[in-house]
Design a protein. Structure first.
Length: 308
């Protein structure tokens, strides 16, 4: 299959995935409760609730509501008005995207800059104290929940030592603790996977041939091993980036970071249907796009792979 046909096929699958995700979320939200009761005071009468439901279009049958919503999305990505903020839901989500991008890219940079070198060092110095130290740290990073690590950093670094701020996004210093918390699992996963992939590659025949030709260990690894070990690493990189851009809810809540994940939780509790739908479609779109890029990157990294 050609690259263009492969991309077209994956795009069609991605569109179907987005439709399925948004449809499931649409009906699940409608079954979760009536937002009209949350928008009015406790003294509101049944007539007041009925009038508000009519104004919001919630009195219509679910198929009619779905058709209206889906037609708006198709015609112009219009998710309707936020029930709580009285502003376009798309604009509400767009306001939070820069904060999430900043946090996600900072955490992703830490994942790459720390995780991959740690994995390479552990593989090159296998069964040494450096290897054991790196893998012990990676194991701790994988088993420690983000919210727990975030709370520990808030208490120790923020409140006891008072080295860094613990909430908000006013300055670059506010970014350090959330980025460290969010990247901990990714660093651990990347280090362990890089080590495993590299150890598998260095046992191959072509690596022995490279050494026989006189290449040093460093040259053989940099010229031959790293690229051949990169495919599983790229896969995890794509998954990690999608996860980070989707917004780590626990991290954003612990550090009061004004991102998309925190907005989603707030909107779910308030039953702000349009905002939740806009958030879900944004996150799902990010995952679909990144998965497509990762699949295309396979062929570039390993010409033996055929697009299927």
């Amino acid at each position: 299959m050609s690259l263009s046909a492969f991309v077209l096929r994956r795009v069609v699958r991605g569109i179907f995935t987005l439709w399925l995700v948004v449809t499931v979320v649409f009906f699940a939200l409608r079954l979760s409760g009536d937002p009209a009761t949350l928008l009015l005071s406790d003294s509101a009468t049944a007539d007041d609730v009925a009038r508000l439901r009519e104004q919001l279009g919630l009195n219509q049958p679910l198929p009619v509501q779905y058709a209206t919503f889906f037609s708006r999305v198709l015609l112009g990505a219009d998710f309707g008005q936020s029930l709580q903020r009285r502003a376009p839901a798309g604009a509400v989500v767009a306001e939070r995207i820069p904060a999430t991008l900043t946090l996600a890219l900072a955490a992703f940079a830490l994942t790459i800059l720390v995780g991959i070198p740690a994995g390479i060092a552990a593989a090159v110095r296998r069964n040494t104290p450096l290897d054991r130290l790196a893998m012990t740290g990676a194991l701790l990073g994988q088993v420690t929940p983000n919210f727990f690590l975030g709370i520990v950093l808030v208490l120790v670094v923020g409140l006891w030592l008072r080295w860094l701020p613990t909430s908000g996004d006013a300055t670059w210093a506010h970014l350090i603790l959330p980025a460290l918390t969010l990247s901990a699992y990714g660093i651990a996963s990347m280090a362990r996977l890089t080590r495993s992939a590299l150890l598998d590659v260095v046992r191959k025949d072509y690596m022995r041939t490279a050494h026989a030709k006189g290449l040093s260990e460093r040259a053989a690894i940099s010229r031959h091993a790293l690229r051949n070990a990169a495919i599983p690493v790229v896969t995890v990189m794509g998954i990690q980036l999608g996860h980070l851009l989707g917004g780590a809810v626990a991290t954003e809540i612990v550090f009061a970071w004004p991102g998309v994940g925190r907005l989603a939780v707030q909107s779910i509790f308030l039953r702000d249907y349009p905002v939740v739908q806009a958030v879900v479609l944004t996150i799902a779109g990010v995952y679909v796009a990144i998965n497509l890029l990762v699949d295309v990157a396979y062929g570039w990294l390993d010409p033996k792979i055929r697009y299927t």
